[in-house]
Structures are given as structure tokens and as C-alpha cells.
Design a protein around this ligand. Structure first.
Ligand code: HEM
Length: 406
């Protein structure tokens, strides 16, 4: 069996590589070599991706074992939600589930909506050529996670740089990646230490809650506490920021879609689900390590081997979707896998939905005639693990509009 290099050559752009469709049809369990030099299996069909993500024979804890295959340049962090299996994982997840529960997180919606409206005004002030990534997609989720977690917003430049490097897919940055992760961990450790020293002055944030849970005797080690902080800070802004840009860009790429939402903003929730399905999330797949031998489509996956579940490919599988390459803003019963599946299903899914819906609503209302300031094909993509645009310059189409409204 030939071994393909992943990310594929035609990665880091709008449309998924045609190699995914080819593999889904002809080689549903394919052999690929990752940037870190590991050979792993890649599954590309919807049902197989769900199976790998939910089946206990495929482990996340084994990803941090000595000699485990690696996908990215950065080493995964042990003791975190993303590197444990049940029952350890269940114990950790229970500590944060209440904060992210649907009803509780919905309470942030009015605040996120207000923030989105303010950011839309920043865009209006910047005028034509305004960069939606810098003015909305990054500041919105960063402010939200800082507030929720109890991380000072003034420190954003520093943790942004470490996150950016930590996710890098550029071989040239290999050495910087390790340093960035060390700095990020030390930064969170410092915050946790400060909070531990001030438990008599509780703050209303998640990191503080976790510190208190530890003080009150919940089984939570110092390493687990720090891993929570790093994990939530990074996962809590990077993916949302990329998806906000991708959603706006995909809509503007075919302007009739923007017009549809302007005419009927009640379409926004279903449009966001469809955009999450349609947009790419990562150039690779979610890694698991087999803990026993498994046979899949005639391929023997041996214990200890890595398996990547390609979410983007699953989301375009014609076995799961009618006309998967068509963007239908009112698509119903859309069980996309962009937030994963099984025990590691995205903890922040509802928060991300609120951020995506409210930022889009604010932009659609404020700029009904917004358009791309550059042809879609010329927009620059970042070479990082989580797919996203490096820039999103737009023209606002405000000329004459204010006069009409007045
Ligand atoms: C559009 C934005 C987002 C997308 C597309 C996304 C996607 C995902 C996916 C696919 C996973 C599962 C990974 C796997 O199974 O290997 C995941 C897990 C996770 N996400 Fe998100 N995410 C987003 C936003 C957020 C936000 C805002 C938070 C905020 C706290 C967050 C926190 C997490 C955490 C903590 C996990 C690990 C859960 C676990 O292992 O139990 N995510 N996310």
C-alpha cells in the first residue's frame, strides 16, 4: 500500500483536497505519513470516523505514551481532557461540564451579542478593506474565553503568539513550537499559583472554580489543573476564531448567500451548522491509538498503531449527505462531525455556536452589502493544524446606505 504525505499538497485553501473523495471511494483505510514523520492510518468515511471517535479500542491516553505516533510538531500535553480515556476522562470532564451546560452557557448570549455589535462598529470605523479576522474573529472568542476562564485580556498578544506557534505546521518552526508550549504552560502555572494564594478572595471564573474544587478535596492534581487552563485557553479561542473567518468568507465567496441571510436572519442557526459542515476544520484528522488489533475494511490495524479520523472528509461523504459539496443554508438534520463525536465531543460546542451565530448576525445586520475585498482564490491561508485564513479583507458597501436609513 502506498503511503501518502499528510497534509496533502493541495491543503490550506478553501476546498477540500480531491484526494479525500478518492480515498473515501477506493481506500477507506489509507496509509499516511504525518509531518512529525509517523506512519498512521487515515479513515475518511462518515461511519468509520464516528466509529473511531467513539470506540474504546481507539484511545487518546495512548497518544502521550512513549513512542506513540505524532501528527503535529507539538507534543500533546498529558493529564488533560484530550489525552485521557474514561474513567479518568469522565472524572475530569465532570468538573467542567456544569460551566458549559447548555442553559448556563446560553446566559452569555446577550453579552456575546453586545460584544459582536461593538466589534461591528470597529469594522465600520476601519472602512473598506477592514480585516474581519483581526477586528472580529480573533477579539470576540479571545474576550469570551478570557472572561470565562479568568485570564487577563491584556496578555492576549503573548498567548496568541504561543498558540499560533504551538499549532504550527511549518517544519522551519519546529524548535520554536516546543518553546511556545513551555511558555504557555508556565504562564498558566503562574496564574494558577496566584489564584491558589488568593483562595480567600474568590473570583467568578472557571480557573478559580477549579482551584477551589481542588482545595475542597476533589481529586485534581496541580498538573491536571494547569492542563485544563492550557487546553481551555487554546481550544477556547483558536478554532472559533478560524471558523468565524471561514463562515464569513464562505458566505461572501458566493454573495447570494450573504443576501439570503440579510433577507432572512432567522436562517443564521441552520446556516452556521451547514457552514461548520462545509468548511474545513483541520488539514489532518483527529488522532487515536489502537489499544487492540482491529480489522476495518480488510485492513489489519495493530495495537499501538495510530488512526486519524478525518472530520472534514466525513462531513463531505455522500453516504451521509445528499449533495455534500453543495452549500445549503437551510439543510435539515445536519449531523456534521465538526465538533467531534463520542466522549471527546467538543466541550465548548454551544459556546462556539453562540459566538458564530451572534458575530454573523451582527455583521449581516450592520453590513448588508458586504463583499470580499480580494478574490477568494487570493486569500492567504495559515499553515497551522487548525485550518484558517490569515486575513479576511472586506468592503463594507456602506455608501448611500446610512443616508437611506436616516
Ligand atoms: C467552531 C469552534 C470549535 C470547533 C470546530 C471545535 C471542534 C472540536 C473538536 C472536533 C473536538 C474533538 C476532538 C477530538 O475528538 O479529538 C473538540 C474538543 C474540545 N473542544 Fe472544541 N471546538 C470549537 C470551539 C471550542 C470552544 C469555544 C471551546 C471552549 C472552551 C472548546 C473546547 C474544547 C475542549 C476542552 C475539547 C476537548 C474535549 C474532550 O476531550 O473531552 N472548543 N473541539
Amino acid at each position: 500500500m502506498s503511503v501518502l504525505q499528510i497534509p496533502f499538497e493541495d491543503a490550506f485553501r478553501f476546498d477540500p483536497s480531491p484526494t479525500f473523495a478518492e480515498l473515501r471511494e477506493n481506500q477507506p483505510v489509507a496509509r499516511v505519513r504525518t509531518l512529525a514523520g509517523a506512519e498512521v492510518w487515515l479513515v475518511t468515511r462518515y461511519d468509520d470516523v464516528r466509529m473511531v471517535l467513539a470506540d474504546p479500542r481507539f484511545s487518546r491516553a495512548a497518544v502521550v505514551k512513549q513512542g506513540a505516533p505524532r501528527v503535529a510538531l507539538a507534543k500533546p500535553m498529558p493529564n488533560s481532557l484530550t489525552t485521557t480515556d474514561p474513567p479518568e476522562h469522565t472524572r475530569l470532564r465532570k468538573l467542567v461540564t456544569p460551566t458549559f451546560a447548555h442553559r448556563r452557557i446560553e446566559r452569555t448570549r446577550p453579552w456575546v451579542a453586545e460584544l459582536s455589535a461593538q466589534l461591528a462598529e470597529d469594522v465600520a470605523r476601519a472602512g473598506d478593506g477592514a480585516d474581519i479576522r483581526q477586528l472580529v474573529a480573533l477579539p470576540l472568542p479571545i474576550q469570551v474565553i478570557c472572561q470565562l476562564l479568568g485570564v487577563p485580556y491584556e496578555d492576549r498578544e503573548r498567548f496568541r503568539e504561543w498558540t499560533e506557534l504551538g499549532y504550527s505546521m511549518k517544519m522551519a518552526e519546529k524548535d520554536l513550537v516546543e518553546d511556545a508550549m513551555t511558555n504557555l504552560t508556565a504562564y498558566i502555572e503562574n496564574l494558577v499559583t496566584k489564584k491558589l494564594a488568593n483562595t480567600d478572595q474568590p473570583a467568578e471564573d472557571l480557573l478559580d472554580e477549579l482551584v477551589r474544587a481542588r482545595e475542597e478535596g476533589d481529586r485534581l492534581s496541580q498538573d491536571e489543573l494547569i492542563a485544563f487552563g492550557v487546553n481551555l485557553l487554546v481550544a477556547g479561542h483558536e478554532t472559533s476564531a478560524n471558523q468565524i473567518s471561514s463562515c464569513v468568507a464562505t458566505l461572501l465567496r458566493w454573495p447570494e448567500n450573504w443576501a439570503k441571510l440579510v433577507a432572512d436572519p432567522s436562517l443564521v442557526p441552520s446556516a452556521i451548522e451547514e457552514l461548520l459542515r462545509f468548511n474545513r476544520f483541520s488539514e489532518v484528522g483527529q488522532l487515536r491509538v489502537a489499544v487492540e488489533d482491529v480489522e476495518l475494511h480488510g485492513v489489519q490495524i495493530k495495537a499501538g498503531e495510530g488512526v486519524m479520523a478525518a472530520l472534514n472528509s466525513a462531513n463531505r461523504d455522500p453516504r451521509a449527505y445528499d449533495e455534500p459539496d453543495e452549500l445549503r443554508l437551510d439543510r435539515q438534520d445536519n449531523k456534521h462531525l465538526s465538533f467531534g463525536f463520542g466522549p471527546h465531543f467538543c466541550l465548548g460546542a454551544q459556546l462556539a455556536r453562540i459566538e458564530l451565530q451572534e458575530s454573523l448576525l451582527a455583521l449581516v445586520r450592520r453590513f448588508p452589502r458586504m463583499s470580499l475585498a480580494k478574490p477568494a482564490a487570493e486569500l492567504e491561508w495559515r499553515r497551522v493544524l487548525v485550518s484558517g485564513l490569515a486575513e479576511l479583507p472586506v468592503n463594507l458597501g456602506l455608501e448611500g446606505l446610512e443616508g437611506l436609513e436616516g
